[in-house]
Write a protein that binds this ligand. Structure first.
Ligand SMILES: [Zn+2]
Length: 82
């Protein structure tokens, strides 16, 4: 069985990148010192009290023309046909 190769149907470029994009909301409780229960002397953004993940998106992007495709297109649509 031959390994699949992928090609952008728009520009025929062969370099594609898979991207996983995620958004997070970090919460810091306001207390008597720096915001965040774990922050005392100074505010450090990685010492958060709560983190909620918002939208996530997985897509394939062509390195050459920048066209974005749904991740599921790896299953057939973007395969190189000879
Ligand atoms: Zn392209």
């Amino acid at each position: 069985m031959q390994a699949a190769t992928y090609q952008c149907p728009i520009c025929l470029g062969r370099k594609l990148t898979l991207r996983y994009e995620a958004g997070y909301v970090y919460s810091y409780v306001i207390d008597s010192d720096a915001p965040g229960l774990k922050n005392h002397e100074e505010f450090l953004s990685f010492l958060y009290d709560k983190r909620e993940q918002k939208d996530t998106r997985t897509y394939i992007e062509c390195n050459q023309c920048g066209t974005q495709y749904p991740y599921t297109f790896l299953n057939g649509v973007l395969e190189e046909h000879q």
